[in-house]
Design a binder for this molecule. Structure first.
Ligand code: GLU
Length: 380
């Protein structure tokens, strides 16, 4: 693939409305001194600021807490015990966050620290809460800098690698592009350091067994996560409609380099995040509840609007916020969507104006009972 073909592919990075950049420990922290690679981080800060200026919303997933913290605690090289890595993370995370704050604030960007655990992405209620927080931060123009909450994560409930964490975040935020900055420039058919015949793989449209085999070959363990977790991350990301790029961070201005056509491996999704999300909603086997709507609301939905409580005439079934419900008009199912309220609260606000929600429920929730991004019309 030529430079101009790589440059053309980087459109996915330049044009993503939401862009996630994951930075590995090996890039952030100098292996010998255990110090932050400040100059490199500054150059990445420049790239991120430029993306923000273009109007892109940015999330950073940053590793490096354990690597930074261990030196300050005088922990020797080699494998740490779980409690030692938790302690190192506690010391390192505060430094990591400060570095990101300094670097991004100097460039006019507000920074937010978000520490996630596995349950925040796997438990439905916590997932929805984390998603809402990320959306709010991005809407307010802040850059969330995310890491795993290593200090409280124990072995069984830990991601352990930020590649898959970043992919989950991409899914949660409906991001269009995730860049994994790594110490290797992409996926190879075999380990390039051992096999001179190893082929570079510039584009992957399906993460099949052959691709997984390439990632799991001997010597594939480059960096902390290795290629296996990168391909696992790619599977999650493309399944959510997010393009994923594995690129080298072993140079200053790594994002600009991708934009200028430096080679990297692109994993391409079959659809956009919104389309795949809607497909998933439409495919729900058993919606948990049923909302009957009047003619006015049905017409509004057909014009692509959200469902407001005012148009709902009846609420049936038991559901929680975030569950899939069916929308019925004249006895026929016309749409499906994710409810923004539980069945209990939906029943209380059905038929009422959105302005009354706070008074009826005692809290200020969303104006819509189903937001149009969470709604699919059936049979149209
Ligand atoms: N969360 C870990 C840290 O900040 C890094 C995990 C990884 O290397 O992927 O030190």
């Amino acid at each position: 693939m030529t430079v101009s073909e790589f440059r053309a592919r980087s459109r996915r990075l330049r044009e993503a409305r939401r862009l996630i950049v994951k930075v590995g420990s090996a890039l952030l922290v100098d292996a010998r001194s255990g110090r932050l690679n400040r100059a490199w981080l500054e150059s990445l800060g420049d790239d991120l600021a430029r993306a923000a200026k273009r109007g892109q919303q940015i999330i950073v997933v940053s590793s490096g807490a354990i690597a930074l913290g261990r030196r300050h605690l005088g922990l020797a090289d080699g494998r740490l015990r779980l409690e030692e890595s938790q302690a190192a993370a506690a010391v390192g995370q505060i430094r990591l966050a400060r570095a990101w704050q300094e670097i991004l604030e100097e460039r006019g960007l507000a920074v937010a620290q978000v520490l996630l655990t596995l349950e925040d992405t796997e438990d439905r209620r916590r997932y929805l809460n984390a998603r809402a927080t990320l959306n709010t931060l991005l809407g307010l123009g802040a850059v969330p800098v995310i890491n795993e909450n290593d200090t409280v994560a124990t072995a069984e409930i830990r991601y352990g690698d930020n590649d898959r964490l970043a992919a989950r975040v991409a899914q949660m935020a409906s991001a269009e592009c995730l860049v994994l900055l790594s110490d290797i420039d992409g996926l190879y058919s075999a380990d390039p350091r051992r096999d001179p015949g190893a082929r570079f793989v510039p584009e992957i449209v399906e993460v099949d067994a052959a691709i997984e085999a390439m990632a799991s070959g001997p010597g594939a363990g480059v960096g902390s996560g290795g290629m296996t977790t990168k391909v696992a991350a790619a599977r999650i990301a493309v399944g959510a409609g997010c393009s994923l790029c594995i690129a080298s961070g072993r140079r200053p201005n790594p994002l600009r380099a991708i934009e200028e056509g430096e080679r990297c491996s692109w994993f391409l999704p079959a659809g956009t995040p919104l389309a795949l999300r809607k497909q998933w909603i439409a495919g729900t086997l058993q919606p948990r509840g049923r909302l009957s709507v009047d003619g006015g609301a049905a017409a509004a939905l057909r014009r692509g609007k959200s469902l407001l409580p005012a148009g709902v005439t009846r609420v049936a079934g038991r559901f929680e916020r975030g569950d899939t419900v069916s929308v019925f008009a004249d006895g026929a199912e016309i749409a499906r969507g994710l409810a923004a309220y539980s069945s209990h609260d939906a029943a209380a606000i059905a038929g009422r104006r959105s302005g009354e929600i706070a008074a009826l429920l005692g809290y200020r929730g969303r104006e819509e009972l189903i937001h149009r991004d969470d709604l699919v019309m059936l049979g149209v």
